[in-house]
Design a protein around this ligand. Sequence first.
Ligand SMILES: Cc1cc2nc3c(=O)[nH]c(=O)nc-3n(C[C@H](O)[C@H](O)[C@H](O)COP(=O)(O)OP(=O)(O)OC[C@H]3O[C@@H](n4cnc5c(N)ncnc54)[C@H](O)[C@@H]3O)c2cc1C
Length: 377
Amino acid sequence: MRRLVLLGGGHAHVHVLKTMGDALDPTVSVTLVTPVARQVYSGMLPGWVAGHYALDDCAIDLLALAARARARVVQSSASLVSPSMREVICANGEVLGYDVLSIDVGSQPAVGDAKGVAEHAIAVRPLERFVQGWEGVLARARDGGLNAVSIVGGGAAGLELAFAMDHRFRAEAGDAAPHVRVLTDARSVVPEYPAAARGRLLREARRRNVGTHPGCAVTEVGPGHLRLRDAIEFSTDATFWVTGAAAPPLLRDSGFATDPRGFLDVNDFMQSVSHPEVFGAGDCATNAANPRPKAGVFAVRAGPPLVANLLAALKGGPLATFIPSPRFLALVSCGGRRAVGIYGAASFEGGWAWRWKDRIDRGFVARYSAAALAGGR
Ligand SMILES: Cc1cc2nc3c(=O)[nH]c(=O)nc-3n(C[C@H](O)[C@H](O)[C@H](O)COP(=O)(O)OP(=O)(O)OC[C@H]3O[C@@H](n4cnc5c(N)ncnc54)[C@H](O)[C@@H]3O)c2cc1C
């Protein structure tokens, strides 16, 4: 029996589990290590915050997927991998041997040297903690107890969450809705987007009176304030930390070859360049020869070639390359049922763009729902 261990129930691994469940292979034993029983789909998180979805609409049941694939689940986090022993050490003390290891553990918001983030800010990841944190802030807003809410991080996710929060606060707290602001240390919000797309999102921010504060490096979060590098302070009743992707320390700590930022260094086969029996997909891995943004769309695209390569590595077969097109569609929801879309240099917006996003996102989750799994057998 060959042993496959999957770390994390990220976008690529849900597809691996689905495929392994579609065609059970008695020669392979699969173990999934996951701290969560269900994977909340980040693309729908702003829609949940805005009140368009129930959390169940946005969640993929990892335990059901694993059960169908006859995979053992270790409900814990991987703390360390010993590549020389081919073992994973889990936070609950379990040690798992593997022949092939696949890592899809995502990323975490970059904190850098900012102080007080763990104590006083609600980080967007882990998503389950964000979910709890947002529910608490929303309850305070309903009681009229908030004046200002700050989001640190001016990428697409930060802006999308700011619009969603503003939408929900206005719907539930009316005139008592707190002011929402976005701070970023970059020269502008969404600097990676073309100017026209950025203009559309900035217009949306102005329309909503969501503050955007570029050039603001937050160095400290306190119970009621944010301090910037130039000593200016903002008073804030709640702070969300939605900065860009940083690598989970596990990868470097385990001795894998990593890129300078600590992400798993993989080749065109999604294979660790230092340990060929280890594969990585999604945010946690970087292919230096063909780098792509840390976006869910690439983790989703990695699913089919990843499962093919894992099976090839387990059984001895040729590996397929995974070099996704760098062009991808980004749809940024604007709180209400409108979205701004970006594809290359083109951008557009409207209710139809939101409905398009809604269809794509619901379609992704539905692919792994109980109904789809039952039908797939
Ligand atoms: C609000 C928001 C909206 C977004 N919207 C979009 C969008 O519309 N389109 C897009 O392309 N991108 C979007 N992104 C980015 C997207 O979320 C990430 O790029 C994507 O989640 C990466 O997928 P992944 O499979 O690498 O990891 P994840 O989806 O983060 O999954 C990783 C899994 O691994 C688990 N895990 C973590 N550590 C361990 C460990 N040590 N051991 C075991 N398991 C572990 C986690 O619990 C999690 O279940 C958004 C991000 C946010 C925050």
